[in-house]
Design a protein around this ligand. Structure first.
Ligand code: SF4
Length: 355
């Protein structure tokens, strides 16, 4: 139970701390809801130092919601390349088009914002409090950590009860004014002061009231129920025409985590395959319309870990007299490769072979 006094003290102390320690970040210099929306979606999947470049590039290319709404999928994915969770970019594009088609204004309340595809509780609270001074507390990983430690909360954060409890506490603690600043203050406090590892307790504003510090439970907060998810193992074989060729064959992924990104012609196998199997099974003939292969060699093997999949990736280099592509496969000049968005492991491989 959070008392009125605790509430007042907590918010006041945090706002004071923020005034001194606030980081000068590009999205802190604006209250434009479009820019705050972009920054919040980017920051959900990357650290601030990496997120800054993605944010600046995104805003340079799509400075407002109208320019984003007019963009095609590939241009947006190209800017998002390497960030992962590509559906977040696609949801933002979808919602931008929806807003521009309607009254052209980004909604100014939590309840309306949350109706947009890709805007969840956290993002709606961030935009509505920062841009429109609505009294809505954000709850993200930093907030879970700070609250769980200061109040020594034992309820696991990945349960429905836990989520509700933390949201209720956060909304009780929020200041009586400057809601946007308060939300940014608690998130900054979590990422600068009350860090996951080695929090800076000795010079902390809450050292005398922090229950986690008092009961020595900091390392155990926030508590999470252990959920062991079996990761799907996949073997992806990508085929690339020999690296000296002027051209390259690529195709657009139609579904899955990399939907709408580009990749080399793909053969997914249950087992690891080798040159002999590729020839015997005529794998290339099943991918291309016609191929007259002279040789094949393994160019690189790598692994890529996703939240729910472990990928083993093999890049094969083909030497062929003749290759006829199907409608799905694009034959492009290598000089054009930078126009297309690729998943991270393919982008890394392309940088290696084309540099
Ligand atoms: S005393 Fe330590 S654990 Fe408690 S809020 Fe401060 S930094 Fe976090």
């Amino acid at each position: 139970m959070i008392t009125k006094n605790e509430n007042k003290y907590f918010a006041k102390a945090l706002l004071k701390w923020y005034k001194k320690n606030k980081r000068d970040l590009p999205w802190r210099r604006t209250k434009d809801p479009y820019k705050i929306w972009v920054s919040e979606i980017i920051l959900q999947q990357t650290r601030i130092d990496q997120g800054i470049n993605y944010y600046l590039n995104f805003i340079e290319k799509f400075p407002n919601i109208e320019s984003l709404a007019k963009a095609n999928d590939e241009d947006v994915l190209k800017i998002w390349e390497g960030l992962g969770y590509y559906n977040r970019a696609m949801n933002m594009l979808h919602s931008a088009r929806q807003v521009v088609k309607g009254n052209k204004k980004i909604p100014n309340t939590y309840n309306e914002l949350i109706k947009l595809k890709g805007i969840g509780e956290y993002t709606a609270a961030a935009i509505s409090s920062i841009c429109f001074e609505e009294k809505k507390a954000v709850v993200d990983g930093n907030v879970y950590r700070v609250l769980s430690r200061v109040f020594n909360i034992k309820t696991p954060i990945n349960t429905a009860i836990g989520k509700k409890k933390y949201s209720d506490i956060a909304n009780k603690l929020i200041s009586n004014k400057n809601f946007g600043d308060y939300n940014q203050a608690i998130m900054d406090f979590g990422s600068i002061q009350c860090t996951k590892h080695e929090p800076k307790c000795t010079n902390c504003i809450f050292i005398n009231s922090c229950l986690g510090f008092k009961f020595n439970t900091i390392d155990k907060r926030p508590l999470k129920n252990k959920i062991i998810l079996a990761k799907k193992k996949r073997i992806l074989n990508y085929f690339m025409i020999n690296s000296h060729s002027k051209y390259i064959f690529i195709q657009k992924r139609k579904k899955g985590i990399w939907k709408n990104l580009f990749e080399f012609p793909l053969y997914e196998s249950k087992q690891i395959i080798n040159e002999k199997i590729i020839k015997e099974k005529k794998i290339l003939n099943n991918i291309f319309n016609q191929s007259d292969m002279i040789g094949i060699s393994l160019s690189k093997k790598t692994t890529h870990i996703l939240s729910h999949q472990n990928l083993k990736i093999f890049f094969w280099e083909i030497l062929a007299k003749k290759i006829k592509n199907t409608n799905d496969i694009l034959k492009i000049n290598k000089t054009e490769i930078t126009k297309y968005p690729f998943p991270k492991p393919i982008k890394i491989y392309l940088n290696e072979i084309l540099s």
